[in-house]
Design a protein around this ligand. Structure first.
Ligand code: HEB
Ligand code: HEB
Length: 453
């Protein structure tokens, strides 16, 4: 019934590993910034609630980093085990950013250690705050370096192809390939956005569960204001990513929009169903919008799928992945901007300042956390499946790159068990950590509030 196919199993194992890694990596990149903002506000407003936010988030962050390191190491292993021909062909081209990611990680880890052990050890709070800056830089640099590798896979640069071999390699040119600017900024900003929403969701959840504590309200405000800023930035950079695809990977953009004929004034297609002869049914069309996304004007000519040989086209279901991501982007933008606007006129009113939200709003924010993570996942799935059949665009296909080992099925089972254990354990650890030491206790214990206050 099931034919053993090492390529298929390698793809499944890589997809599972990356999807699992990306959950922790995304929060790992975003959390340091949120911690830094909270600690900064604690100092500036002389408000211990914000300082406690930074402390508690930092504790959770450590668990996230630990899992990120394990799953990241699994990726490193699997790159050589499952895709030996890819690593042999391109290893020396992308070795620089791969190494730099490890370096960025060590940089981050060293300062994170110092940061965690020096709360209350400095006379000036500012000195402790300064220690979080290298953590922010290290985490973001990780995302930067590793995303340039992914950029290279999409728009390979910095080598000559002689008889199928990559020669005359320039690692810097490979790193700063045409995909790097939009990809790196889209990834980093969506890491910040997703983390802001996950932290906001936790605060909203606490408030829905009956807590009325100002601590959670302040958390909600801070995360929603930053969330709104990053949601706007995400939309702006997402637009640039669309323009990048138009120029360098037109087949991916056309697949995302089921755009078959090359035309100007091309519409954006939302949802719908594709028939056997490539007719689009039941879709919502926004006139001219694809031309505007691609080139900024309604007259922009957008290349259609019919221009490409059929065996070089990605699977057309990527359309739904793109739709889900864009829809989620709109949802997060709407919720966070609505929240900020609704609270704007209360900003100088000390009583109403932190009370301007309804239960419906709390629901919408609580849902926004998991939804944002889903957006990150669908974004990656879209970008990766949209590059098929290539592993290095136009140079090497995924099946050429794969191992022919007969044991990938066993690896798949073993790694799945590892991820299940890691996922469950980290969930339990995080839950216990915060449940057994609730905010209310910690506030009293640190002398920030009195019992019953
Ligand atoms: Fe990652 C970690 C690899 C993707 C972010 N990573 C990690 C590790 C490794 C890796 C190996 C461990 C540590 C060191 O450095 O050593 N990755 C990797 C690869 C890939 C990735 C190979 C692809 C293919 N990442 C990724 C992405 C991102 C990331 C995409 C973003 C966005 N990572 C990261 C971070 C980290 C890591 C942040 C650290 C940890 C945590 O979590 O924090
Ligand atoms: Fe995104 C990807 C657009 C939203 C996440 N994006 C992507 C792409 C595009 C876009 C075009 C592809 C690129 C390439 O491939 O190179 N977006 C967009 C837009 C929007 C968005 C237009 C609306 C606003 N995203 C979004 C969100 C999120 C995301 C919201 C999350 C949360 N994406 C993402 C990711 C990815 C993407 C992660 C992968 C990476 C790259 O860049 O690629």
């Amino acid at each position: 019934m099931f034919e053993y196919d090492p390529v298929l199993y390698s793809r499944i194992l890589t997809a599972i590993t990356l999807s699992f890694h990306i959950i922790f990596a995304t929060v790992g990149v975003g959390a340091p910034l949120m911690i830094a903002i909270a600690e900064w506000m604690g100092i500036k407003r002389n408000d211990p609630h914000y300082t406690l936010l930074a402390r508690r988030w930092a504790r959770g962050f450590v668990v996230v980093v630990a899992v990120g390191v394990v799953t990241g190491t699994a990726i490193g292993l699997q790159l050589s085990l499952l895709w030996p021909n890819f690593m042999q062909a391109a290893g020396h081209t992308i070795g620089l950013p791969l190494f730099m990611e490890v370096f960025a990680f060590f940089f981050e880890a060293i300062f994170l250690g110092i940061y965690l052990y020096t709360w209350d050890r400095f006379k000036s709070k500012m000195k402790h705050f300064l220690l979080v800056i290298p953590v922010v830089i290290g985490a973001t640099a990780s995302a930067f370096f590793i995303t340039t590798v992914n950029g290279f896979m999409n728009t390979p640069y910095g080598f000559d192809l002689v008889d199928g071999v990559l020669t005359n390699v320039s690692p810097l040119q490979a790193m700063f390939n045409p995909a790097t600017p939009t990809k790196v900024s889209h990834v980093i900003i969506t890491c910040y956005l997703t983390t802001a929403f996950i932290l906001a969701a936790i605060a909203a959840f606490k408030l829905m569960r009956g807590s009325n504590h100002i601590y959670h309200k302040k958390a909600l405000h801070m995360t929603m204001v930053t969330g709104a800023v990053f949601a706007i930035a995400t939309a702006a950079i997402g637009d640039l990513s669309g323009k990048f695809l138009h120029e360098y990977q037109p087949e991916k953009l056309a697949a995302a929009e089921w755009h078959f004929e090359t035309t100007s004034e091309a519409p954006l297609v939302l949802g719908g169903v594709l028939t056997e002869d490539n007719e689009v049914n039941y879709a919502l069309e926004i006139p001219y919008a694809l031309s505007i996304l691609a080139g900024g004007t309604t007259g922009e000519e957008v290349i259609g799928l019919n221009e490409f040989p059929e065996e070089e086209l990605p699977p057309l279901f990527v359309h739904y992945l793109f739709d889900i991501m864009v829809f989620i982007g709109m949802y997060l933008l709407l919720v966070s901007v609505a929240f900020v606007l609704m609270n704007w006129h209360n900003r100088f009113n000390p009583i109403k300042r932190f009370n301007g939200f309804s239960n419906k709003m709390l629901w919408a924010i609580a849902a926004g956390g998991p939804i944002a993570m889903l957006g990150t996942q669908s974004g990656w799935f879209f970008a990766e499946i949209g590059r098929q059949p290539w592993i290095i665009n136009g140079v090497m296909t995924v099946s050429e790159a794969a191992t022919s080992s007969q044991h990938v099925d066993i690896m798949l089972v073993l790694f799945s068990i590892l991820y299940a254990i890691l996922g469950v354990t980290s969930f339990i650890v995080l839950r216990r950590m915060f449940k057994h030491y609730p905010v209310e206790h910690e506030l009293v214990e640190r002398g920030i509030e009195r019992e019953g206050a």
